[in-house]
Design a protein around this ligand. Sequence first.
Ligand SMILES: Cc1ncc(COP(=O)(O)O)c(C=O)c1O
Length: 459
Amino acid sequence: MAQVAVSPSITDEFAGRFAGSLAMHQRANQVIPGGITHDGRYLKPFPPYIARADGAYKWDVDGNKLIDYVIGHGSLILGHNDPEITAAVRDQVALGTHLGAGHEGEVRWAEAIARVIPSAEKVKFTASGTESTLLAMRVARSYTGRTTILKFEAHFHGWQDYALKGNKPPFDSDAIPGIPRETLGTVDAIPANDAAAVEARLARGDIAALILEPSGASWGTVPLDDGFLAQVRNVTAAAGVVLIFDEVITGFRWAPGGAQERFGVMPDLTTMAKIVAGGLPGGGVAGTAEVMEVLEFKDDRGWNATKKVRHQGTFNANPLAATAGTICVTKCANPSVQATCDRLAGQLRSGVNATFVRRGLPGFAWGESSGFHVAAGVSATNQTGGDLRAPAGFSPTELVKAADTALNTRLHLGLMLEGVELFHGGGFLSIRHTEDDVDQTIAAFDRVLGRLDEEGAFS
Ligand SMILES: Cc1ncc(COP(=O)(O)O)c(C=O)c1O
C-alpha cells in the first residue's frame, strides 16, 4: 500500500531543528530551577539557547538565525552591538570594571538623562528596573509619610515584593507565594482607566504613591484610554500623592524623553532601566529635586534618622553601564531613532493584521510606538486589517491572557522555524531592523498561520 507522506507537526519540527537547545535545556535543568533564569523565558517544550547576536539578529546554539524582536527584553533600541557602545565599553573594561567610588561616568550619565527626561531634575542609579521601582516606592513613602502604594491591575513593575500584587489574573488575589500577606496589604491594585475610582481611593488619605506603566500594562497590552494620564496627574496632585511613571520600557522609546514627553504629562518620579543602560545591567530613578530630596544627606540628625532614604548597591552606576548608558541615551535624544522604530512597528502590526484578515483567521496585532503584541485565535471587533492601538471587545483579563494559549505557543514555535523570535507574544523594534526584516516577518506569519490552519489549530 502506498505510504502517504505526513509532514511533521510544528512542535516536532521545532524539537528537531532546535535539538541543541533541547540538549542545553536538559543540562540547564540539572543546575538551574526550570532551566531558565527569567520566568518570562519559559517556553514549552523548551526555550531556545542563544550563542551570539548582532544588529537585529540572534543565532542559537544550532546556528539557526532569528530576527530578534526580544531585543534585550526591549533594552536594545540601537540593536545588538552598537559599534560606539561596544568600543567604549571595551575601553572602559581596560580602565576598570568597578571603581569603588564616584566617577565622571556616572555624572555624565545623570546629566544625559536630565537633559532628555522632562521631569528629571535629580537622578539616582540602581542595578535594575526592579530595584528602581523599589527605590521609587521607598522615596515616595518617606516623602509623604504614608504607607500604601496604589497600582493598576496587570501593570508590571518588576519582581520585588511590593510590585507583584495585581500583576496577573485573578487581579484581586492577595496570595502570592513567598510574599508576606502583610507586605501585600501595603499595596492596593485597582483597574486602570477609571479616574473617578482613583480619586475615590486617594480620598482615604493613606496612599503614598500611584505607580503605573504610562503605555498601559506590559508596553500597551492593556492600553490606557486617551487622557487618562492627565486625569491621574490631576487627582494625584490634588491629593498630594507622588505619581510614579514606570518608564523601564517606555523611557527613551516612546519619545527621547519617554512617555511623559510623548503624552505631555509629568510624573514626580520616573523609574528607568533597559535602554537607559544601553544594553548593560543598570537602572535608575529620576525625579523632581523636591521629592528626591529625601535621598540627600544633611547636617541634621533628625532628618537623617527620620526622613533620609537609605540607598546602597554595589553595582549602582557601574562604570560599564554608565559608559553604555550615556552613549545610548545621547543617541536616543535624536527623535529619528524613535520615528524609525515606530514606523517599522506600525508596518509590522498592519502587515500581520492584513494577513489574519486575508486568510480569514481570527487574530490581530496591536500596540503603540515601537512595541507590538499578537494574539491568534480571538477576534477584536475593530480589526480592519490595518494598524490597531487598542483592540475592542476585551476585558483587561482577556487581553492579558489573549496570547497565553497553546495556539499562540505553536505560533511562536512556528515563527522560530521561519527565523523569527517574539517576546511574550509580541516584541520591540530597533533601529537595526529593516523594512526587509519586517516584510520577511509578515511573510513568516503568513506561512505559519497557514500551517496552523492546516494542522486544525483554529478549529
Ligand atoms: C515596566 C517594567 N518595570 C520594571 C521592570 C523590571 O525591570 P528589571 O527586569 O530590570 O528588573 C520591567 C521589566 O521588564 C518592566 O517592563
